[in-house]
Every structure is written in structure tokens, then in C-alpha cells.
Design a protein around this ligand. Structure first.
Ligand code: ZN
Ligand code: ZN
Length: 496
């Protein structure tokens, strides 16, 4: 889809549909909606009076212009209460309006800048609308060979404003950020037989080539040399060779690594010998969402040319049961030398992250954020809405939580009291990989903490990696979270 900026008046544009907005409870139309209303002989005002148009958030109404305007259709999208509007709501409303129009078979759309009359800055609104349109229209149809009737494609979105250059810049920024989230969505939506550890590594090489990043991929031999017993242990039951993927971006003149983004790259998690129940096991192709999100993030950071040095680390493997698989009761040695008793082979994410975190620490990174679809316990606690956040460094966590709030990917801090550490004490090794059924998300985080030393660190337990319905800019399947949060964090940390 082409997204372009023009200056002018929206009611004068010849296109398939124009988008205007209405606030909940407002008696009168404003701005572009008022201009459209006038051209339509008061039709919008009439529909507001009748109660057809309520202005509720994400409500969509269509009015056929029947020659009274150069545009064939006017879509009135609700933005909710004016006082409560924020950029995240603009992002969602733009998505809903675009998706509605795609359903109507519309190819070209024009819209004004939504929400500026509620005090949102033009640049922020345009960026949010761009992201909303791209994310809301996202589909993953690569493996559908039949042609579906009425499944159209929006070819062009024109954003009409007062000044062209700032709008173009905001479109470009929105395109990069949505592109990164879409990249992560694609990886997560890919079936496990396609998105193998090898394919993840190939994808990383392509990204590196395209955006000028440094890439390294360690195979089994190198992992053995480095003593990555966690990653090797988890992968030993699979026919797919494991990969340890490193993507590095250098945005300032120093060899320091300001931030390591570590992502769990479990391309399929059967649970291993502690095998999972069959129901919903297919969703476990998405157990590499953390890895996908850090790869998408570094891709955007490179395109935005941020003045910061960031490295993405992705331990990638399958977790399968076989004659060579690791067994409950086995003891493995992580890269930092700590011994781990494997109680449950399905708690494998923390084993591969143990090596990745150790690797980050060994390389002297200044801060670490890891992202992992780590525990069902975190989903039980927070639902698939809020991402669980854990830390050994409050200021770093505060930055992450604030950044997530700004982009509408909520995170919530979870406790890290030392009492939880008691629950993962082992009788025969330094630590065991699961506690009991209580506080499972926290004991997992306490486990990871064993591998970060003194380095400031935030762990995100990714509850919100997929959705079972379309809502706003979220569509069924992978969400692409928390790519936009991570990009926002890096933007905040980068030297201006
Ligand atoms: Zn598992
Ligand atoms: Zn897993």
C-alpha cells in the first residue's frame, strides 16, 4: 500500500472514500467532518441526531455521497470521548476504518489527520495512523492458494494536511516501525516446518545485508566451545540444528554495546519429554516471538539511524522429544558455569536464555532487555493483554514501562523478592529449572536473574504475542508485540 501526503481540503479529493471523524457525545461535527457534512447537505448532523452516529471509539459509519462530493463514500469513524483521546486510540481507529473499507472492496482512501482537534500533534497522529493502517490491514495469506471473493487490497492511502514535509516524515517513521512489527508477525505466523532455527538465521543474514548490520551465527561446534549447555541441552532432541544468532548495530563511534536485546527463539516447543497436551500445541510455533521481536526491533533501529549501539541475541532451537532428548533429572552446565537440574523439559526457554544472557554479560553489555514467551503462569496472572516485566534495576524498568505505555503495549511490573529464589533451589545442582505451581512467572524470572550478574536487566514475559480476534490495529494471529515498545525504549536511550 502506498501512503502519501498532500496538502489541501479533503472534501475536494476525488477518491473511493474519505475518512472523517466524530467524538462521542458531540452534538456538532468538526473540521473535516463539518466540511463533509456541509457538502452532504447536513447528512452527518442528521445521523448524529438520529443516533446512528454515536462517535464511540472505533465505530464506523458509511455515507454514500451520490455525486455531492468528488469522493464516492464518506466514512465517519468514532474517536470516543474527546478528552480521553490518545495516539494509541488514533492508531486503532485508523485501522478499523481501513479494514472496514477493505471489506467494501475499496482501493483508494483519503483521510485528514485524525485527533489534532483533541490536542494530538500532527506528526504523532500521522505516525499513529500510518502504523494503524499498515498493522490493521496486515494479513498472512502466504499458504492460501484459493482466491477469495471480496478479499480486496487497499492500494493507496492519502493523508491530507496543512504541511507536506512533516507529514511525509511521520509517514516514513510510521512505516519503519510498523514494518518492524510486521516482520515479527510474519516470523511468528510462519509454520514451524518453515520457520526453523536455520531459516531464522537466514532471515537474520538477509536483514543484516539489507540494513547494514553485522551478523554472526554460531552452530553446534561453536556453542560447545563456548559451553552453551542450556541451548545444546534443549536442542539435542531435535533433528533441526540449533543456531545462536547475533545481529549488531553500531550507531555511534564506540565499541561499547549500550543495550543487548535477547529474544527466545523456540521455533517449536512440544515440551520435549515433559510433552505438552495436544490441544493448542500448534500455537507453539509462535514460541520464537521474543526472538522475532528483537530482530524486528534492531532492523527498525538501523533504519531510524539511532545514535546507539545495540545487539540482538537470539538462541534458536526446537524442543522435541526423541531418544536423544534431554530428560527430567538431567543436569546441564550453562555458559556462565552454573549447573542446572532440569526438572521439567518444557521449561526450556529459560535454559536457552541462560546462555544468551551469560553471553551478553561476558561481552560487557551495559544493559539487557530480554523478551520471551516464557510462562503460562504469566498469562494466567495478566491475561494476554499485559506483558509481565521483571527487573534487577528499577530505573531501566521504569523506562521500559513508560515506553510501553506510550505505544499502547501495556506492561506491568511483577515482584522479584528473594523468597521466590528458595523455590528453585536444587538438591543436586546450583539451581533447578522449575519451582512448584505457584508464582511460576516469578520463579522463571528469578532463574534468569542468576545469569545476568550485576548488569541492569529487564525481563519481559511476553503474554501478548498473539490474538484470537481482529481489534483495532491488532489482527488475528501474531501481534508483533513488543516491537514498538522496544523501538521506543531504544529511541529514548539513544544520544540525540
Ligand atoms: Zn516449554
Ligand atoms: Zn517454550
Amino acid at each position: 500500500m502506498e501512503i502519501k501526503a498532500i496538502t489541501g481540503t479533503i472534501v475536494e479529493i476525488e477518491t473511493d472514500a474519505i475518512i472523517v471523524s466524530h467524538y462521542e457525545g458531540a452534538k456538532r461535527t468538526e473540521g473535516d467532518a463539518a466540511a463533509a457534512d456541509k457538502a452532504l447537505g447536513g447528512a452527518i448532523t442528521q445521523l448524529v441526531k438520529q443516533g446512528d452516529i454515536k462517535g464511540k471509539l472505533n465505530e464506523v459509519n458509511i455515507i454514500h455521497s451520490l455525486g455531492r462530493l468528488p469522493a464516492s463514500r464518506v466514512v465517519v469513524v468514532g474517536l470516543g470521548k474527546k478528552k480521553e483521546l490518545n495516539t494509541n486510540k488514533v492508531r486503532g481507529a485508523a485501522a478499523e476504518a481501513c479494514r472496514y473499507l477493505r471489506g467494501k472492496g475499496v482501493a483508494n482512501i483519503a483521510t485528514g489527520v485524525l485527533g489534532t482537534d483533541a490536542g494530538i500533534k500532527t506528526e504523532d497522529a500521522v505516525q499513529a495512523m500510518t502504523e494503524g493502517a499498515l498493522l490493521g490491514l496486515y494479513t498472512f495469506r502466504r499458504y492460501i492458494t484459493r482466491q477469495e471473493n471480496g478479499f480486496g487490497e487497499i492500494k493507496q492511502l492519502t493523508i491530507v494536511g496543512q504541511e507536506k514535509r512533516p507529514i511525509e516524515k511521520a509517514i516514513e517513521r510510521g512505516r519503519i516501525i510498523a514494518g518492524a512489527a510486521i516482520y515479527a508477525r510474519d516470523m511468528v505466523n510462519e509454520p514451524g516446518n518453515y520457520m526453523t532455527p536455520t531459516r531464522m538465521a537466514e532471515t537474520a543474514r538477509q536483514v543484516a545485508k539489507e540494513y547494514g548490520l553485522k551478523v554472526e551465527v554460531f552452530d553446534r561446534e561453536k556453542m560447545k566451545e563456548l559451553g552453551m549447555g542450556g541451548l545444546l541441552g534443549v536442542s539435542q532432541g531435535s533433528q533441526q540444528p540449533p543456531k545462536f544468532i547475533i545481529l549488531s548495530y553500531k550507531g555511534r563511534d564506540s565499541n561499547d554495546i549500550d543495550l543487548a536485546l535477547v529474544g527466545k527463539g523456540l521455533t517449536f516447543d512440544s515440551g520435549g519429554i515433559s510433552i505438552k497436551p495436544a490441544e493448542h500445541m500448534e500455537d507453539m510455533k509462535g514460541d520464537m516471538a521474543g526472538g522475532a521481536s528483537v530482530m524486528g526491533t534492531i532492523m527498525a533501529v538501523a533504519q531510524l539511524k539511532l545514535k546507539i549501539n545495540v545487539t540482538a541475541l537470539v538462541p534458536a532451537t526446537e524442543n522435541m522429544p526423541s531418544g536423544s532428548a534431554q530428560k527430567p533429572g538431567d543436569v546441564i552446565i550453562a555458559m556462565n558455569g552454573k549447573t542446572i537440574e532440569v526438572i521439567n523439559t518444557d521449561a526450556e526457554g529459560r535454559l536457552i536464555l541462560a546462555d544468551a544472557l551469560s553471553y551478553a554479560v561476558k561481552n560487557g553489555v551495559k544493559a539487557i532487555i530480554d523478551v520471551a514467551t516464557l510462562t503460562g503462569a504469566c498469562q494466567i496472572a495478566l491475561g494476554k493483554i499485559t506483558i509481565g516485566a521483571f527487573t534487577n534495576n528499577q530505573p531501566l524498568l521504569d523506562k521500559v514501562v513508560a515506553a510501553s505505555k506510550e505505544v499502547g503495549e501495556p506492561t506491568w511490573q511483577m515482584p522479584m523478592f528473594d523468597e521466590y529464589k528458595e523455590m528453585i533451589k536444587s538438591d543436586i545442582a546450583d539451581i533447578k529449572n522449575t519451582g512448584n505451581r505457584y508464582g511460576g512467572a516469578i520463579t522463571a524470572a528469578k532463574f534468569l536473574e542468576e545469569f545476568v550478574g550485576e548488569t541492569p536487566w529487564v525481563h519481559l514475559d511476553l503474554t501478548a504475542s498473539d490474538s484470537d480476534k481482529d481489534k483495532g490495529y491488532i489482527v488475528k494471529g501474531a501481534t508483533g508485540a513488543p516491537v514498538r515498545t522496544l523501538i521506543n525504549v531504544v529511541m529514548g536511550m539513544a544520544k540525540k
